[in-house]
Design a protein around this ligand. Structure first.
Ligand SMILES: Cc1ncc(COP(=O)(O)O)c(C=O)c1O
Length: 499
């Protein structure tokens, strides 16, 4: 019980005070201010309790299977995070150790991605808020390099474009719109949900600032074939005299491939790969708020994008979109690197992959789903219903909420938008026993939806229509339409109370 020292409700001068339980105080019977800052203060205990209680209605982060972002860290790291929560990262002169820790992380990531840097040579890269900021920075570097080249050749430089698959994460669309670069997307097709390297290279022209490949598609976890892209683009560059580079969006896969598939060529081992981003807060195993971008070499990051400030102390080069930001996430990233080491990351990624396999097999056993994710890729299971005529993956996603699972359902991008899938991301903290529970809850949901559908079918009709005073048997299609109509009514009734 939280005790709070609060003013009496009848005491408007505020002289008379009493000690009371928060739940016996006036604070729990007044609505919380939503539009204007309140005139008066409330005791800290009451503020804490009221906000904490409202937050109880949020979903449970660890049961949120929609997200790639870390939901569990060791308590020792939580301590480090809290100890540095008041440090502004940008004050590098004041917090030189934090800056040094960031640089160590950049070096470790660049080495992990096989950047051509010597043993004690500083790598080129920066910590960001996440992969989105990292991608904006990488994109800006490509755009500026391309502009410089076109200017030097006396050619127009006002129509840059970037080539990606239609499966890219929304941050690429943001980059294109915010920084005025045309997004040329390779369309998907049924059964093929990643960028086809041949089609991507066909789209490349003299105004292409780069081709972006994804190591771990957000939609299905599948790794795109960066090696083949590098080969095809090298050939095209040779034929045309262009030098179109590659960026790899390794938001999720950057901390998976090096540990599980060290032989896979996707990183700086491929000469056209000039920059790579990775989310520290996904399989880098840190709470939300950290990403990384690394460049192959200094030459790939135009100097004119780097700002030098000196008003916080010494000369500080910065290349970020935001100025101030917290230090905790960077410190937490370093904690994970030294705490887990290569061995620890490998073990965790192996566990995630084994649990994803187990879940996939359980889902397959229902006989009702087609699996769209691949065994090699980000540990997730993406699956679609084989038969969506009676209910859809959206109904399944809705029904799973009753068991407190958050499993997203979505449609694929163009030209596979008729495919709707469910996706379960396997994170470090999704153990085998949770996977077992999820399989059994999916089974229960299917049973329930089947029963409802059967009920609807029998209640809809005697499968006959009255035409001209006589009974005529309905066609299969008419029955199906009846079922769909009643199903929609049922769902709407659940959502709105009206049918
Ligand atoms: C492939 C890919 N790129 C970029 C992003 C954006 O990452 P962040 O949330 O770290 O900004 C995501 C997020 O899911 C992603 O899956």
């Amino acid at each position: 019980m939280v005790l709070t020292r609060a003013r009496s409700i009848s005491d408007h001068d505020g002289d008379e005070e009493f000690v009371n339980s928060t739940f016996a105080s006036r604070y729990v019977r007044c609505p919380l201010p939503k539009w204007r800052m309140p005139e008066q203060s409330v005791p800290k205990e009451a503020a804490y309790q009221i906000i904490n209680d409202e937050l109880m209605l949020d979903g449970t982060a660890r049961l949120n299977l929609a997200s790639f972002v870390t939901t569990w860290m060791e308590p020792e790291c939580d301590k480090l995070i809290m100890a540095s929560i008041n440090k502004n990262y940008v004050d590098m002169d004041e917090y030189p150790v934090t800056t040094e820790i960031q640089n160590r992380c950049v070096n470790m990531i660049a080495n992990l991605f096989n950047a051509p840097v010597g043993d004690s040579e500083a790598a080129v890269g920066v910590g960001t808020i996440g992969s989105s900021e990292a991608i904006m920075l990488a994109g800006l570097a490509f755009k500026r390099k391309w502009q410089q080249k076109m200017k030097a050749q006396g050619k127009p430089y006002d129509k840059p474009n970037i080539v990606t698959g239609a499966n890219v994460q929304v941050c690429w669309e943001k980059f294109a719109r915010y920084f005025e670069v045309e997004l040329k997307e390779v369309k998907l097709r049924e059964g093929y949900y990643v960028m086809d390297p041949e089609k991507a290279v066909e789209l490349v022209d003299e105004n292409t600032i780069c081709v972006a490949a994804i190591l771990g598609s957000t939609l299905t976890g599948e790794f795109e074939n960066v090696k083949l892209l590098n080969e095809l683009l090298t050939k095209k560059n040779k034929e045309t005299g262009w030098d179109t580079p590659i960026h790899v969006d390794a938001a999720s896969g950057g901390f998976i491939a090096p540990f599980l598939y060290p032989e896979l060529d996707w990183d700086f081992r491929l000469p056209l790969v000039k920059s790579i981003n990775v989310s520290g807060h996904k399989y880098g195993l840190v709470y939300a708020g950290v990403g990384w971008v690394v460049w192959r070499s200094k030459e790939d990051l135009p100097d004119e994008l780097i700002f030098h400030i000196n008003y916080l102390g010494s000369d500080q080069p910065t290349f970020t979109l935001n100025f101030s930001k917290g230090s905790s996430q960077i410190i937490a990233q370093y904690y994970q690197f030294i705490r887990l080491g290569f061995e620890g990351y490998k073990n965790i990624m192996e566990n995630c992959t084994a649990n994803a396999k187990f879940l996939k097999e359980g889902i397959e056993k229902t006989g009702r789903f087609e699996i769209l994710s691949k065994d090699i890729g980000v540990p997730l299971v993406a699956f679609s219903l084989k038969d969506s005529s009676k209910y859809t993956v959206f109904n399944i996603s809705d029904s799973l909420k009753k068991f407190r699972w958050i499993v997203p359902a979505y449609t694929m991008p163009a030209d596979a938008q008729h495919i709707a899938v469910l996706r379960v991301v396997i994170r470090e903290d999704f153990s085998r026993s949770l996977a077992e529970r999820l399989i059994s809850d999916i089974g229960a949901v299917l049973k329930e939806l089947d029963a409802i559908t059967a009920q609807i079918v029998s209640s809809t009709t005697a499968h006959v229509s009255v035409i001209g005073g006589s009974l005529v048997k309905k066609s299969e299609r008419e029955i199906q339409e009846d079922v769909t109509k009643h199903w929609k009514c049922f769902v709407n009734e659940k959502k709105t109370g009206v049918c």
